[in-house]
Write a protein that binds this ligand. Structure first.
Ligand SMILES: Cc1ncc(COP(=O)(O)O)c(C=O)c1O
Length: 354
């Protein structure tokens, strides 16, 4: 792997106490190109512009997938990446559905480890800090006939982060627009899924909501996800989360929480959850918590849900499941709680080749 280090690091001019999510980038990026049926050599370069012709296919047909993952620093200043094998598998699952060639494991893992090792100072040791990692693959061939590309680019960029949602989360149940349909690409991290979610989300934002709860595309009756988070409902002492389908992204925070909840004696059910069931639980006084999970937010309590013109407010609980599970998850992620699941991997901070 070719590595060219920056001679002009931005780290000392970065205000780590004020990091708007996703807008600050670390010093380096990884790039690897696919041409003539195979992936070439990866390269790490200073973060900067990439060449692109106006006819580049991704700009026209959105043939593009991405991942979101995080690295954390433990008390010994070692960098831990959370569940990287799962992100590797998921980017290839997304790639398959978008007719993008599979990225080989060695390109993904060596590129990731070298990049994070090189920019490890951008990962701060603090409870709310982490390094957000964004691998992505896009169609980089030049052709304006609607067709799959024969050239692709794989990249990884990173961004230091703190908290995602600074305040209360008030959500609107979306019963007109759809995020993902049966047989579609909702279970993947296809870029287009996000593009089509912005308009309904902006309409909800304009009405004062933080984000929407997506419902099924057929009846708008069952809840699926909340914005870019998997959603959880606590009724009495049972945690419910929608069962996975081709219209729901299988999050690893969701997967981790299912394990942690069960290990901590909390009953979890993965099944269909109707809006009606949530409203009924509220009316019966047994709706205890609603929260979302995802890499960016970890675990984020939802304060209110609006269905049509009915708003239900969820009172915050002392020692809530959300806060208990978040604490354990964050502890595993930052190494303060022993990782008995093998979810975290240490980055060897010696960059492997020059
Ligand atoms: C649509 C959607 N749902 C759920 C999630 C949560 O997934 P994860 O926990 O793997 O970050 C994400 C974030 O990646 C997402 O974009």
């Amino acid at each position: 792997m070719k590595i060219s280090k920056t001679t002009n690091s931005k780290i000392h001019s970065t205000d780590f106490s004020n990091l708007p999510f996703g807008r600050v980038f670390s010093d380096h990026m990884l790039i690897c190109k696919y041409k003539n049926g195979s992936w070439g050599e990866s390269e790490i370069l200073p973060y900067g512009p990439i060449d692109m012709m106006p006819g580049t296919q991704v700009l026209h047909y959105a043939q593009s997938v991405f991942e979101g993952m995080k690295a954390f620093k433990n008390s010994d200043d070692e960098v831990l990446i959370f569940r990287k094998e799962e992100n590797f598998k998921r980017i290839n699952k997304s790639a398959e559905r978008l007719y993008i060639p599979q990225i080989p494991e060695d390109i993904f893992m060596e590129g990731l480890d070298n990049l994070i090792a090189l920019d490890s100072d951008w990962c701060k040791k603090n409870e709310e800090h982490s390094l957000y990692i964004r691998p992505f693959i896009f169609a980089s061939g030049e052709c304006i006939k609607a067709s799959a590309s024969d050239e692709y680019t794989f990249m990884i960029i990173t961004s230091p982060t703190t908290r995602y949602y600074p305040s209360d989360i008030n959500v609107l149940v979306e019963q007109h627009y759809t995020r993902a349909a049966k047989g579609g690409v909702g279970y993947t991290k296809a870029s287009g899924n996000y593009a089509s979610s912005f308009y309904p989300t902006k309409l909800a934002n304009a009405r004062g909501f933080t984000q929407v709860i997506w419902t099924d595309s057929v009846e708008h009756k069952y809840i699926e996800e909340s914005g870019t988070m998997n959603i959880w409902i606590r009724i009495n002492d049972t945690l419910l989360t929608p069962e996975l389908s081709d219209s729901i992204l299988g999050g690893f925070t969701r997967d981790s929480l299912i394990t942690l909840a069960r290990e901590n004696g909390i009953k979890v059910e993965e099944r269909k959850i109707s809006i009606e069931e949530v409203l009924e639980a509220y009316n019966n006084g047994i709706l205890k918590e609603v929260f979302g999970t995802g890499t960016a937010v970890t675990v984020a309590p939802i304060n209110s849900i609006t269905v049509g013109d009915k708003k239900i407010e969820i009172e915050s609980q002392i020692n809530s499941y959300a806060s208990r599970l978040k604490k354990i998850l964050q502890g595993i992620q930052n190494g303060s709680i022993e990782d008995i699941y093998g979810w975290t991997s240490k980055v060897n901070t010696v960059v492997s080749s020059q």
